[in-house]
Design a binder for this molecule. Structure first.
Ligand code: BG6
Length: 450
């Protein structure tokens, strides 16, 4: 691979985790349960009551981040750790925990990048209002966000609002369908609209209360390629991408609804757009766009008469897939960066990117496949920067091994292994993998060799 110039001097090299997948201590330190905590209680998998135990290991983990010379750390605040019932009452112990995390990060000059909502809706709010299908939950989120800006605004200058509203919409889960999949399917257009409102309200508050901070949404972007050059497949890829990508970006970033996508959900309740909603979204512009990238998809058109009415998604015959069937596509990250930057003209940030693998916890993991994955994806990021994309930084997923969203602890993403498995081993010892050392070198030379 031909070496290019290095990344920008202020490039934010970092790593990601989320609260409900890493913290553990789900009912410790005054925290109450979230719907996401309940969703991890699945037959055959460990739940997240301990997860990676970041709650007790944060000092050690941040020390490891510092040793890797990370410039940034993306983590999420657990709403029910800060407000156990989701509104009104503040849990001082929970607030103190996040200040302690920020103290450690400041000690090593690591920039905190904070997601306000990564799936952990306080269970009490769900019981009281029925969750995100009720506007009262949007009001509660607004108050929670306000508290976060007032409490942490002097220390946190980069915020992400809601993690992957698009993936939540497409696939449900994560406690969103705690009352049943049918109810989620019925309500999902409304839930998504409420996410967009919550996002816009947080943007407005952040701009008012922490004017020197940046705030933006997080999309789980999946490029969709046509199976062949047959226009039927090309249209199918366009339709699939509108459904799983553009629909959300247009709403959150521009306050526009793609009506052909709305029309494709005849069995869901219509969106409850009230006066002022669209204006609110349009007026409160994001400062940057965070993107989680793992894979691309391929669409094949299904023709009825002379119309392409539907599509099916399939694997790409030119790509290899992970053990969990996700196509490994480094070029897709560059495709995504150019597509989004050139469409919305906002700086972009890679908030997640990584590869899962089953790994032994007995000895240091020699994860050459992960190094290979990062090497190629980061090379494509570098090309995108050369092509004019304003990429602010890159946080891989994940820093430490943590609980995957639906396949337990053995679907490992970390640069650092956590000694724990589904067979009852749980010393929680941290052992850096080969990829940790590789990434450290990349950060030290600012990606020169990529
Ligand atoms: C992203 C989420 O969709 O993908 C993370 O933001 C998640 O929370 C990651 O862990 C990988 O997905 P999974 O299902 O393998 O954990």
């Amino acid at each position: 691979m031909k070496a290019l110039d290095s990344f920008p001097d202020d490039f934010l090299w970092g790593s990601s985790i989320s609260a409900y997948q890493a913290e553990g201590g789900v009912e410790e330190g005054g925290k109450h349960l979230s719907v996401a905590d309940i969703s991890t209680q699945k037959e055959g998998y460990s739940d997240n009551s301990t997860a990676s135990d970041f709650f007790h290991h944060y000092k050690e983990d941040i020390q490891l981040l510092a040793n890797m010379h990370a410039k940034a750390f993306r983590f999420s605040l657990a709403w029910p750790r800060i407000m156990p019932e989701g509104e009104k009452r503040i849990n001082k112990e929970g607030v103190a925990f996040y200040h302690a995390v920020l103290d450690e990060l400041e000690k090593y000059n690591i920039k905190p990048i904070v997601t306000l909502f990564h799936y952990d809706l306080p269970l009490s709010l769900h019981k009281k209002y029925g969750g995100w299908n009720n506007r009262k939950t949007v009001d509660a989120f607004e108050n929670y966000a306000k508290f976060c800006f007032e409490e942490f605004g002097h220390r946190i200058k980069m915020y992400m609002t809601i993690n992957e509203p698009d993936i939540l919409f497409m696939y449900g889960g994560h406690g969103l369908d705690i009352d049943g999949v049918e109810i989620f399917q019925r309500d999902k257009l409304r839930i998504n609209h409420h996410f967009a409102l919550a996002h816009a309200k947080a943007v407005a508050l952040c701009h008012k209360l922490v004017p020197d901070a940046m705030i933006g949404p997080v999309f789980g972007y999946v490029p969709v390629y046509p199976k062949t050059s047959n226009p039927i497949d090309v249209m199918a890829a366009k339709n699939a991408s509108d459904v799983q990508n553009a629909f959300f970006q247009e709403l959150f970033l521009n306050g526009n609804y793609l009506t052909h996508v709305l029309d494709s959900y005849p069995n869901s309740l219509p969106v409850d757009i009230e006066d002022g909603d669209i204006k609110l979204i349009k007026q409160n512009k994001s400062d940057f766009i965070a993107l989680n990238y793992y894979k691309s998809d391929v669409a094949e058109g299904i023709k009825e008469g002379d119309k392409v009415n539907d599509f099916i998604l399939c694997n790409n015959e030119y790509l290899q897939a992970t053990e969990w069937g996700w196509d490994i596509d480094a070029i897709g990250i560059r495709y995504m960066l150019r597509e989004i930057f050139n469409r919305y003209h906002l700086p972009v940030f890679i908030s997640e990117n990584g590869i899962a693998h089953s790994e032994s916890i007995e000895r240091p993991v020699q994860d050459d496949y992960r190094i290979d994955y990062y090497q190629h994806h980061l090379h494509e990021c570098k090309l995108a920067i050369k092509e004019g994309v304003k990429l602010l930084g890159y946080c891989n997923w994940s820093f430490i091994d943590l609980l995957s969203t639906s396949q337990g602890f053995e679907k490992r993403y970390g640069l650092v292994s956590v000694k724990k498995n589904e067979k009852g081993v749980s010393t929680l010892e941290r052992i850096p993998k080969k990829s940790y050392k590789w990434y450290k070198k990349i950060i030290e030379q600012n990606g020169k060799e990529l």
